[in-house]
Design a protein around this ligand. Structure first.
Ligand code: FEO
Ligand code: CA
Ligand code: CA
Length: 641
């Protein structure tokens, strides 16, 4: 989700010093390496990062994508390279299973919306059927529905505003689990399916981990602090080795309103007088933070869902901390400790990781369901010399004491941002998705942009966030000490600075080897080692200013060894491209198209819903619809081959 505004909702207002900025100015990363510290890093960590190596780093089955790259596009369609085709699978309003068909005039009721695809698809995963198999022709797709455009969602948009429209908006949030199948060369949603379900902003879910049951999570409706209704702003995602889906609650603050008396802790998480204009609190008072202040603490978590059990209750895992979760990239340490990398997408916020206390048991799926409830949450500090540390967020350590406002570990987790401020973590340029290389285990993270870096009294550029007024963003990567994901030390460098070589300002040109792009957001390594990059340049449709040459949002393929980047897919007008996964055989790729037709204002004009885009239904349709696109190679080969 990225609206066009450049306001304070995206800014960490804490004042802990942006780290080592003076040293960063004095000694660039390149100078550090020339000075020989690269060699000492190699000695410390066993091998240099791929980008620091003089030649190949080896180990890739097939890292270099092979296709003719696309030019930029401003067309209202999805474009893929020669030899590929793209088809629409599952759009907003499509029935999940036996539900009603989409009404092009948006007249579906709230009850009908509960049986249909939500809006604004984001992170997703393909789960083969049955669990544990590599079935590439029949499986489940779990996909997030991040938010709603209530100008498109309702007849008449938000006028008049009613309880029924609030219920429909809540029903269009959350997650879909659908069953998909390949037959005769074409993918379709299987209907009916016993697996199909919708999870919404009203679905009953549990709360576990150290903050569950704490005073901060108890409300008038739930004196246990362990039973929450719903999930919202489900942005990127994660997948566990035991086959569950992690959905991440990002801009949850936008749904709450508090007319007056906002506390410092509430302000740190962006609570405001009217939120982002969803207006749920007018008919559902649990979103009125003046009446129910602790409801605000029950969002901003990672939620685990078992897609294989449609009767299972989703669970909010508090051990992973409360912030504006973008993604939860899970990997295993060599000893089967579970590690989840977590980004907090707001300007000057942090990168975290969770390290489990227990170990993954590959022989007993059910035994793994509590692994995300006990462990240590860390936050990243990037040193200017190319090293870094994971700083533990543990009550009683690093100043996280009662005197500092943390009476317990529950407080540390509910107020994870404040805890990270306290231990002195590095303020980043909006961490979005995190991807882990399948062979080297190097970890890559998109830092989508931060136009406020170095402006006014805000933190200056530093080694890990090297550009002031960073409008195009960059991708950082790190390698854990000993290639062990649970290590507390790492080496890092910057994989690429995005930009447009045609810009006059040298700082805006970036250093991409290949096709230009801006605002990297979605990020995923396929099993062959190709790095897929998706973009969210919200104003691309306008074709002006910094983004004039970048066209509609897009997806690119990068070779992590050479750094070469090729444009693979372009989206329709006003969209964001977000969400990508292949089947295990890599012959099918699912790609998410979010908010086609998005305007520069917060919500579309209900009187003119097709002002910018009519994708995917074209002239016969009523309004643009987010959806999942299936990409296949015409010769039946693997994607990128
Ligand atoms: Fe929902 Fe930060 O993207
Ligand atoms: Ca974004
Ligand atoms: Ca995103």
């Amino acid at each position: 989700m990225m609206h066009g505004h450049d306001d304070s909702r995206w800014c960490n207002p804490s004042d802990n010093e942006s780290f080592d900025s003076i040293l960063a100015r004095a000694m660039s990363r390149r100078q550090v390496l020339k000075a020989g510290l690269g060699a000492s890093l190699a000695a410390m960590f066993g091998a240099p990062l791929a980008g620091c190596a003089s030649g190949s780093s080896g180990g890739f089955e097939q890292a270099s994508p092979k296709f003719a790259p696309l030019p930029v596009s401003i067309a209202d369609t999805v474009t893929v390279p020669a030899g590929y085709r793209a088809s629409v699978l599952y759009s907003w309003g499509d029935p999940v299973s036996t539900g009603p068909a989409f009404a092009q005039d948006a007249s579906n009721t709230a009850a009908e919306q509960l049986l249909q695809s939500g809006m604004h698809h984001d992170g997703m995963h393909y789960f083969p059927l049955p669990v544990g198999s590599e079935n590439s022709v029949n499986g489940l797709v779990a996909v997030n529905h991040e938010y709603t455009d209530d100008g498109l969602l309702h007849v008449g948009g938000m006028v008049p505003w009613t309880a029924e429209k609030v219920a429909k908006s809540q029903a269009a949030h959350g997650v879909s689990v659908i069953e998909v199948q390949l037959a005769g060369g074409a993918w379709s949603v299987k209907r009916p399916s016993s697996f199909a379900r919708r999870i919404t902003a009203s679905t009953a879910m549990g709360v576990t981990g150290p903050a569950a049951g704490s005073d901060r999570l108890r409300t008038a409706a739930d004196d246990t602090g362990r039973a929450v209704l719903g999930t919202v702003n489900n942005c990127a995602h994660g997948v566990t080795p035991w086959g569950t889906f992690l959905t991440c609650e990002e801009n949850f603050n936008g749904y709450f309103a508090k007319a007056a008396g906002i506390t410092g802790e509430e302000s740190r998480y962006g609570l405001s007088a009217s939120g982002f204009g969803y207006r749920w609190h007018e008919f559902d008072e649990r979103f009125d933070a003046a009446k129910h202040p602790n409801e605000f603490n029950r969002f901003g978590w990672v939620v685990e869902i078992d897609p294989y059990d449609p009767s299972s209750k989703p669970v909010k895992r508090t051990a992973l901390g409360r912030f504006k979760h973008e993604s939860a990239a899970v990997t295993l340490a060599p000893d089967n400790t579970v590690v989840a990398y977590l980004g907090d997408d707001e300007r000057f916020e942090y990168i975290y990781k969770f390290v489990s206390a227990g170990k993954f048991n590959p022989g007993n799926r059910a035994a793994n369901f509590g692994l995300l409830d006990a462990g240590t949450l860390y936050v990243a500090k990037f040193n200017a010399d190319g090293t870094g540390r994971w700083l533990p967020l543990v009550h009683g350590q690093g100043g996280l004491t009662a005197a500092a406002g943390f009476a317990s570990q529950a407080d540390v987790l509910v107020l994870a941002r404040k805890a990270a401020d306290t231990v002195g973590a590095t303020k980043m340029d909006r961490p979005e998705w995190i991807a882990i290389h399948p062979d080297t285990r190097e970890v890559y993270c998109t830092l989508t942009n931060n136009s406020q870096r170095g402006t006014g009294t805000r933190p200056a550029a530093d080694a890990a966030n090297p550009r002031a007024a960073n409008v195009y963003g960059h991708i950082i990567r790190w390698r854990e000490a000993g290639a062990d994901a649970k290590a507390t030390a790492f080496a890092w460098d910057i994989f690429v600075q995005a930009g447009d070589p045609a810009q006059a300002d040298a700082a805006k040109k970036g250093n991409i080897k290949g096709d230009a792009f801006g605002s990297p957001d979605g990020l995923w390594f396929d099993p062959s080692g190709i790095l897929w990059i998706q973009t969210d340049v919200s104003t691309s449709v306008l074709g002006t200013g910094d983004y004039a040459n970048l066209g509609n949002n897009q997806m690119l393929a990068a070779d992590p060894v050479t750094g070469e980047v090729r444009r693979f897919l372009t989206g329709p007008k006003g969209c964001e491209v977000t969400g990508v996964i292949t089947t295990p055989d890599r012959k099918t790729m699912f790609v998410g198209i979010q908010h086609p037709g998005e305007t520069s204002s917060e919500r579309s004009d209900p009187a003119n819903p097709r002002a910018i885009s009519s994708w995917p239904d074209g002239p016969a349709g009523g309004r643009p619809r987010a959806g999942i696109v299936v990409v296949q190679k015409l010769d039946g080969g693997t994607i990128g081959s």
